[in-house]
Design a protein around this ligand. Structure first.
Ligand SMILES: *[C@@H]1O[C@H](CO)[C@@H](O)[C@H](O)[C@H]1NC(C)=O
Length: 300
């Protein structure tokens, strides 16, 4: 018989025999070096990513990045940094922009020594989340807040402010044109993930925090979602909202449409409205991701 299934069965059997004998045969799951990351700062993997498996890291032309009509996976080897307009000593990589179909931008800002942010365009709101380093946020009254890793700041449209950094710092930034509603305004907010309460997630096992108030003035939110290895989304969502996602920790499989992608910390995902989506956390450590979601507005 020449059928491929027979070969598959044969090789799996051989593999199991080999595994039984040698421990560490080619069909065993690669061990993830917990000790390597355990001693590192939070979100270290985002700014120090490796390709998986590591022997493919320098393979010419190899990338896990994918760009399709209704989703994109942008992995770290595809990030292209260039000076951010309006910012000083800062390199930025735009990862999601309206050219893909989104109504927001998502970018990484690598602030260097003596760097300073610029303002977003008129009527555009901004949220920044610190992935690495420390930045100082100053507003028009000269009031300064220090923001370390895991801290964030929401800046309403036309809110005067600047961020400064003395050393190197990495931020993930989301901006969108504010969908204004009569008699509603947003307030500027400074916070950190660990200060946000855990929210109910009926029917789900993951842990959920939200960085912004859920009230009407806010036209988007940022969700921080934690999964232990083996946990997965129960719901197989298809919805009108769009998403920008940064995997902060861990690894797993993301389903987008009919494609199933192995993903790990540092990966960015664009999800257009109505793309079927689902996640399962794998590996040996917690998965944590940060997720932009538009809310509170009539889609018409
Ligand atoms: C600057 O921030 C401080 C502290 O949150 C606040 O009291 C002050 O009103 C802010 N200034 C402006 C112009 O928004």
């Amino acid at each position: 018989m020449q059928r491929p299934e027979v070969y598959l069965l044969l090789s799996v059997t051989l593999c199991l025999i080999k595994l039984g004998r040698t421990d560490g045969g080619f069909c065993s799951a690669p061990s993830i070096l917990d000790s390597e990351t355990a001693s590192k700062p939070l979100y270290w993997k985002v700014t120090n990513p490796t390709l998986s498996p590591s022997h493919l890291q320098d393979l010419p032309g190899f990338t896990r990045s994918v760009y399709k009509r209704d989703h994109a996976l942008i992995t770290p080897e595809s990030h292209v940094f260039s000076p951010l307009p309006e910012w000083t000593n800062t390199l930025g990589a735009y990862l999601i922009t309206p050219a893909m179909g989104s109504h927001f931008v998502m970018y990484l800002a690598n602030m260097q020594e003596k760097s300073k942010s610029g303002l977003p365009p008129h009527d555009v709101e901004r949220i920044i989340f610190v992935v690495e380093g420390t930045v100082t946020l100053t507003n028009a009254s000269g009031f300064g807040s220090k923001l370390g890793v895991d801290s964030y700041a929401y800046l309403p449209p036309n809110y005067e402010h600047f961020l400064m950094s003395d050393g190197s710092a990495t931020l993930v930034v989301f901006e969108r044109r504010y969908a204004a509603l009569e008699n509603h305004i947003t307030e500027h907010i400074v916070g950190s993930t660990d200060k946000q309460p855990l929210l109910e997630t009926p029917g789900e096992v993951f842990q959920l925090r939200k960085l912004l108030p859920t009230s009407t003035p806010y036209d988007f939110n940022i969700h921080i979602m934690d999964f232990q290895p083996g946990e997965f989304l129960n719901v197989k969502e298809v919805h009108y909202n769009q998403h920008g996602l940064l995997l902060l920790e861990g690894q797993g499989i993301y389903r987008l449409g009919d494609s199933w992608y192995p993903v790990q910390a540092g990966d960015v995902i664009w999800m257009a409205p109505f793309v079927p989506q689902w996640y399962a956390a794998l590996g040996k450590t917690r998965s944590r991701y940060l997720l932009y979601k538009d809310v509170n507005r009539n889609p018409l």
